[in-house]
Design a binder for this molecule. Structure first.
Ligand code: APR
Length: 238
């Protein structure tokens, strides 16, 4: 007999909070400052134009932190959900830790810190050694910048389109470790809700998303996802 097995469509939006337990400071937490600068002061095209070396020094510090850390239990639980659910991860993080944990279907809304983009010819490439000599340059001679989305910049078209598509077609939409302050990612849970998804929010403190959540799990990413993992197990067909 042909068995039809429906896999729940789950979309997970992640932010800096999911990587906090790996040791990466969040953007708006107390330890998110670098040499007294806020992310908003450095992650802009204007800052790069004014002082590319300062911006690169900040990114080199972040690369050093990110290069040393490992995915934590929260990243691993999500990687493990791939086989169980029809799962996509939409991340605002540029650290690549979801992929390092084994997740394949990841939409990087804000780019990836290990990639570079030429500000002259637009070429994109990965270079883990870019901080040996800053600012790095492209083979065309142009100044290379991190291939990440800065304040005031548009998001990659494919990533944005895919995110809206996923928000509109999820049974469950989960936001983990994001303050919900930065648009357009911050809109995704309410879009998902308007299309009928059940909204879960996992965060140690209330956020704009917890206000619209069907279920708010006020917890860290690792323990919150472990609790949700157990709760969802009970809903799967045996
Ligand atoms: N587990 C889960 N969430 C946590 C944890 C933890 N262990 N520790 C902190 N948090 C929560 C904080 O309470 C906060 O709500 O993670 C959230 C992090 O918020 P932000 O620092 O604002 O990070 P994020 O939402 O990812 O920022 C969005 O802003 O600066 C830009 O481009 C950058 O992608 C970033 C975007």
């Amino acid at each position: 007999m042909l068995e039809f097995y429906y896999k729940m469509r789950i979309t997970v939006l992640t932010g800096a909070g999911i990587s906090a337990e790996s040791g990466i400071p969040t953007f708006r937490g107390e330890d998110g400052l670098w040499e007294g600068f806020k992310a908003e002061e450095l992650a802009t095209p204007e800052a790069f134009e004014r002082d590319p070396i300062k911006v690169w020094e900040w990114y080199c510090w972040r690369r050093e932190v990110i290069g040393k850390v490992k995915p934590n239990e929260a990243h691993k639980i999500l990687a493990n959900w791939q086989g169980k659910y029809d799962l996509w991860i939409i991340t605002q993080n540029v650290d690549g830790l979801h992929q390092k944990a084994g997740s394949k279907k990841v939409v990087e809304l804000h780019g990836n810190i290990w990639r570079l983009r030429c500000s002259k010819c637009g070429r994109v490439w990965e270079d883990r050694e870019a901080c040996r000599k800053i600012p790095p340059r492209c083979s065309c001679g142009g100044l290379a910048r991190p291939d990440v989305v800065w304040f005031g910049e548009a998001l990659p078209e494919w990533a944005l389109r895919k995110s809206y598509e996923l928000a509109g077609a999820s049974d469950i939409f989960i936001a983990v470790g994001t303050s919900g302050i930065v648009q357009p990612a911050a809109n995704l849970p309410s879009i998902a809700k308007s299309f009928g998804a059940k909204i879960y929010v996992i965060n140690p403190e209330p956020t704009i998303h917890s206000e619209i959540a069907d279920i708010f799990i006020q917890d860290k990413a690792s323990t919150g996802l472990r609790r949700l993992d157990e709760a969802l197990q009970d809903k799967r067909p045996s």
